[in-house]
Design a protein around this ligand. Structure first.
Ligand SMILES: Nc1ncnc2c1ncn2[C@@H]1O[C@H](COP(=O)(O)OP(=O)(O)OP(=O)(O)O)[C@@H](O)[C@H]1O
Length: 244
């Protein structure tokens, strides 16, 4: 990759407020093709809002969002999804009465814009990739936490994204389960998918992230190579503050 390669995602001075509360404070951020960017920050720092601004679930008050060189600031969520941005939600949102397979076909058809025959093939492929094949015909509402997290990842993958936004998919898992999830993410990364991962389980994030971006009170606190960011005095203070 050369230094001149345009970023896949670019946020330029993006801002969002709810009344007097500034939730996103002039965030500028580039994500290169193929990289995995980890997002860290205390509870309420504005991480999920940042995802909402990228996916279109929330519209920016100020600034610009560019994807693959195109200004997508005013596009609706389904248009951004069809353009290649897939996301998971912090609270898994499957159709609980539908089977795992039906959830994936639905995501491929309606999120990814794939014709039905192709959507079936995609669903079979994603089931295998995420270890959900044994649960293909189970109702989504009855899955264990690990499998609900897997399904959340699988639904995003079924839209065949170039950019995958993952919101706290390791939270609540055991050490062993989190390791399995990271292994799955490594395989997805190896296929060239660009990822942005919000995660409080720092060691899971550090095991795969190429770069970290830390948010505090809606603004950028630090950005860069993971170990350097974790050693940054401002970041340490925020995290020690969290632990106190
Ligand atoms: N629709 C909304 N209306 C008003 N305030 C909101 C809205 N959405 C988010 N907020 C506030 O914005 C702030 C940032 O929320 P956000 O969910 O982005 O934080 P977060 O960093 O993802 O937090 P967590 O780690 O707890 O998930 C919080 O104070 C939250 O209460």
């Amino acid at each position: 990759m050369t230094a001149t390669t345009a970023p896949l995602l670019r946020l330029h001075a993006v801002g969002k407020r709810y009344g007097a509360l500034v939730v996103t404070d002039q965030i500028s951020l580039d994500v290169r093709r193929g990289e995995t960017l980890g997002i860290l920050g205390p509870n309420g720092a504005g991480k999920t809002t940042l995802f909402n601004l990228i996916s279109g679930d929330v519209k920016a008050d100020t600034g610009r969002v560019e994807y693959a060189g195109r200004d997508i600031t005013t596009l609706a969520p389904h248009q951004r999804c069809r353009a290649g941005i897939g996301r998971s939600y912090q609270v898994p949102q499957p159709f609980g009465h539908m089977t795992v397979f039906e959830n994936l076909v639905t995501a491929a058809c309606f999120g990814g814009g794939q014709p039905e025959a192709q959507a079936w093939d995609t669903a079979v492929d994603v089931l295998a990739k995420t270890g959900l094949s044994p649960h293909a015909n189970a109702p989504a509402g009855g899955l264990t936490l690990l499998n609900r997290k897997r399904l959340e990842l699988a639904r995003a993958l079924a839209t065949q994204p170039d950019l995958l936004l993952l919101d706290e998919i390791a939270g609540g898992l055991t050490e062993h389960e989190a390791r399995e999830l990271v292994d799955e993410l490594r395989r997805i990364k190896a296929q060239g998918v660009t990822m942005v991962w919000i995660e409080h389980v720092v060691h899971a994030l550090l095991s795969i992230a190429d770069r970290l971006f830390v948010i505090n009170f809606g603004a950028k606190l630090a950005e860069g190579e993971p170990q350097a960011v974790m050693n940054n005095p401002d970041v340490r203070r925020v995290y020690m503050g969290m632990e106190a």
